[in-house]
Design a protein around this ligand. Structure first.
Ligand code: URP
Ligand code: ZN
Ligand code: ZN
Ligand code: ZN
Length: 492
């Protein structure tokens, strides 16, 4: 056989090109991308007839929480590396960047990295890497940044809220300063923890505990203030940052203003900020808990509109899931731990923050039919690969360079609209916030390094646990500091 896989008759879409191409795969790599019908007589072990459906580089989801210990003191992850990466490939995502969380009581980042490797190793269906969560920015952690780079880690996440994770501004400066030297991209959870804690107390004084008060307790100003502060601190140090999970239009405005000044400020948004609103938390009983995440979903269609436009115009670099899985109903964690004699309908402040969504991210966004296809590829795959040092191995279909990772969709006439149900999904969570939504598309095939791992009409999940590989990452090919010179405090 000359090839291991042919993908014929598709409309191939990458971030910078669309065309009727046939694709040939040799081993784990893309070997050829040629005009339809021009491969000639070749022998291949396997052939997929893409039948006029869209073929794109496999999805890259750069914000996923799996198997994290109960860091916020609010329950354990419902998904581990096995179930989370399984869910990913069934939804068209072939690469995940998950989090390796450091506890405040654990001074070493390398120890946190090792512990996370142990949880992931041999368990993954998709390829994977980690962002280190730095919650203890002491001298040991800072001194380990260069070793992290050697270990293939080129990004960190830090928090401006959550007692268990939050860094003070001086610690944020320490992190950013060393990140600049080591060419590390810092992701920032930008919410003002003090505003949130103060507002929670005020709501408690009025005996307001229902899930919907989660939104009230995370007002837009908490996100807006912290976003502006994060931009200010990073521009002082002259180092690239990415603001994660942006939900507020005014925060997005601060980000686009910074970008217009030429600052290396990147941003991420998530499906929950395109499809959910505060009304989704205002449901009878405890139901609203299913849509509790931070920042929370905002007011309504006007906000969704601004977020969509931000994806179109480049304010947002990536559309990630922020898959953060908790069980709704479980005897030990989840529902029962927040419903008590004292709070018979639960208390919003004890609801774990986060929604599942690694499997629905791509289908939801594509079904909305809102982004041009090349832009869709850019924000769901290519940009994450570029920003986090995986391009062009991931996020592209470049012969000889890219892994043969592909998400293959249905031709329009071959696809029936359907109603999403949690029982269709492959995560280990007992709900989806998108239950009952009508979807127009779902991946027909997912291909990872030349192997078909998902075939919706032909076996469903056919990938194997343990096939997923750890990806050593290089420096970002998108983000650099503005000045090439070293940083000197005296210049200010
Ligand atoms: O509510 C959220 N986003 N939970 C996940 C943790 C985080 O801050 O990303
Ligand atoms: Zn966060
Ligand atoms: Zn909407
Ligand atoms: Zn998150």
């Amino acid at each position: 056989f000359e090839y291991d896989l042919l993908v014929l008759n598709g409309l191939v879409v990458t971030h910078d090109e669309t065309g009727e191409f046939d694709i040939a795969v040799k081993g784990s790599k893309i070997a050829k991308v040629v005009p339809r019908g021009s491969l000639g007589e070749v022998k291949s072990k396997k052939t997929i007839d893409a039948k006029g459906g869209v073929v794109m580089p496999g999805g890259v989801d750069a914000h996923v929480h799996l198997d994290e210990p109960a860091l916020f003191g609010k329950g354990e992850s419902a998904d581990n590396y096995e179930t989370g990466t399984r869910s990913a490939i069934c939804g068209g995502t072939t690469t995940l960047i998950t989090f390796a969380p450091q506890r405040k009581t654990e001074p070493s980042l390398l120890a946190a990295l090792e512990a996370t490797h142990a949880r992931a190793r041999d368990n993954c269906y998709s390829d994977y890497s980690f962002h280190l969560i730095c919650s203890n920015a002491g001298p040991l952690a800072i001194s380990e940044f260069s070793a992290l780079r050697q270990a293939g880690i080129s990004s960190l996440k830090i928090y401006m809220t959550y007692e268990a994770l939050q860094l003070a501004d001086s610690e944020i400066l320490d992190v950013l300063f060393e990140a600049r030297k080591q060419k590390i991209v810092t992701m920032i959870h930008a919410e003002n923890g003090a505003i949130i804690d103060w507002t929670i107390k005020k709501l408690e004084e009025k005996n307001l505990f229902a899930p919907k008060y989660h939104v009230t307790s995370h007002p837009p100003v908490a996100e807006i203030e912290a976003t502006y502060r994060a931009i200010s601190l990073s521009s002082f140090i002259d180092v690239p940052i990415l603001i994660v999970h942006v939900s507020s239009p005014s925060a997005a405005k601060h980000i686009s203003d910074a970008q217009k000044k030429g600052l290396p400020v990147y941003a991420e948004t998530c499906p929950q900020y395109l499809f959910l609103t505060r009304k989704d938390l205002d449901k009878p009983g405890f139901e609203g808990a299913k849509c509790v995440c931070s920042p929370p979903p905002r007011e309504g269609e006007q906000d969704h509109e601004v977020i969509w436009r931000g994806l179109e115009n480049g304010t947002f670099t990536v559309l990630s899931s922020d898959h953060c899985p908790f069980l709704y109903d479980n005897s030990e964690i989840g529902k029962k731990s927040v419903i008590s004699a004292e709070y018979p309908n639960g208390h919003f402040k004890y609801i774990p923050n986060g929604c599942p969504g690694v499997e629905t991210r791509m289908a939801l966004a594509l079904s909305a039919n809102r982004l041009k296809l090349q832009k869709f590829v850019e924000v769901t795959s290519t940009n994450a690969a570029k920003l986090y040092g995986l391009y062009p191995r991931k996020g592209a279909l470049i012969p000889g360079e890219s892994d043969a990772d592909m998400t293959i969709w249905y031709a329009e006439k071959e696809m029936q609209e359907f109603e999403l149900k949690n029982e269709m999904l492959h995560h280990n969570v007992d709900y989806t916030p998108y239950e009952g939504r009508t979807l127009k598309q779902w991946p027909r095939y997912t291909v990872l390094r030349g192997e078909v791992v998902w075939a919706r009409d032909d076996g469903g999940l056919v990938g194997k646990k343990g096939f997923g590989e750890f990806l050593k990452r290089d420096v970002s090919s998108l983000a650099g500091s503005v000045s090439q010179e070293g940083w000197d405090v005296e210049r200010f």
